[in-house]
Design a protein around this ligand. Sequence first.
Ligand code: GLN
Length: 606
Amino acid sequence: MKYILVTGGVISGVGKGVIASSFGTILKSCGIQVTSIKIDPYINIDAGTFSPYEHGEVYVLDDGGEVDLDLGNYERFLDVTLHKDNNITTGKIYQSVITKERKGDYLGKTVQVVPHITDAIQEWVERVANQSVSQDGAKPQVCIVELGGTIGDIEGMPFVEAFRQFQFRVKRENFCCAHVSLVPQPRSTGEAKTKPTQSSVRELRGLGLSPDLVVCRSEKPINQDVKDKISNFCHVPPEQVVCIHDLSSIYRVPVLMEKQGMVEFFVERLQLNVQMPRPRKLINKWRDLADRVDSLRRDVKISLVGKYTKLEDSYASVTKALQHAAIDVGYNLKISYIEAADLEDSTNHSNPVQYHEAWQQLCKSDGVIVPGGFGKRGMEGKLAACAWCRKTKKPFLGVCLGLQAAVIEFSRNILKLENANSTEIDPETKHPVVIDMPEHTQGDMGGTMRLGKRKTIFCDKPQFTSKIRQLYSNKEYIEERHRHRYEVNKDYVEQLEAAGLKFVGTDEVGERMEILELEDHPYYVATQYHPEYLSRPLKPSPPFLGLILASVGRLNTFLTKGCKLSPRESDNDSDYIDSDMESNASKITNGDEVKSSEGQSASSSE
Ligand code: GLN
């Protein structure tokens, strides 16, 4: 097993995760099996209890692990399936050491950071690196280990010390270290500054780790002089200074790395046994994808109505899934993040400008997504967005809480169940159309939800052809990842279906409603699971693909042409545009023009 440790210097947030994933991508392009480990030196056991404002979204794995969003980058770049143990936290390491101590495994010794914690880290890394992460069960050959935070953080120290020891344990030809550092280019002088990189490399050396690669992140390309200077001051040969400036898309990162000879470096340094036919197919795929992204000329405007809109990372996978679908269909994604509470009547009273701006944004969009979320704030705004999409026939995708919102809105405004709600929002509601799942509400917040990969079985509905099922290639069942504690109350399903809200997918025993789809609507779909986690750049997630296709008026044609996109070169071909596109646009259907006490009416909001 070969290890590549990726550390960070100067500041965090310079794209260390993308750099580390790209190392994996270029190695994969030579046919090497790659796995990865992300280390987060915080004390939390996992990311499950974080607010999205802390570190961005909580990413969910097949096995139900709630982990850092960087694991999403690895899964998407490497097309692998990681396990919860691929995310190490200080909390997990201490928990395992303390459990051993209680069992008496340390035979009366004093348990200390060195050697017990550092040993536990090394054992964990070795154990997890050897686990297969691919469908065919192949054993990985290279493990990329990304150490979160920056060198010098107190919390990261035991990990740095563990790897200082680890390099001797696994031997030189099996371990190398890449240090990702920021090279600022202040506007006033226009010159690239190398001092911060020098100091962070010095600090890393002081801790006993010498970087084999210094990856310089900068805004603009770095010239040879600066590269030579970094090489000189940081004691690395110039060819081991890699410069990655800001690029038009992240898909260009592996391409640029390959161009700078990274593959040859790793093969030599880690004595990897590969034949490397050029051109490498996988790298070409990434290049084509990046070229395609750069050549997109038409826009599709999607509004995301959520609660954590101040930090875009809170919806990282949803945004990526929308992008994958938009690129596939040939459109440039323009996403506007709308704070759900701004769509509520109360905002109209306190800040009418904000309220009208939010509604204006919503009305200008081609499609709307209501993503997952927790708690009461903004819920009425989400319901208003659902109502508006339903009435104006605007393409809509609800995810998790988004599905629950669609059910609540429909119950209130079509079934006239006054103040219908989820017991998460209003435990006393007279019409609990969404209720908790008792086995997932045990008091503890961490790791107790209905989590991970589960089956959804499609159900046949008389006289109803499901669009979402066709988007999933008419499969009998699908497997997607979950993270929820509440579900649709089965007692209301019959009424909801009779009025046109069809539950086209359920769990294996037909108890849990997984997918809903509205009759007579271009695209009104919601899923209890989170389809965004399994979306890949070259394999967009079907519900997202449906949303984008419907938003640009191509869904029906796509479905009737056997789920094929128009050939790339004839993207403008009118044969591939739905003939009813015009009629779909912002039209209000009358029949259900209901004004509930809380709900927005479409006409009043436009
Ligand atoms: N709060 C809802 C539940 O627990 C939805 C969760 C989510 O959107 N991930 O069921």
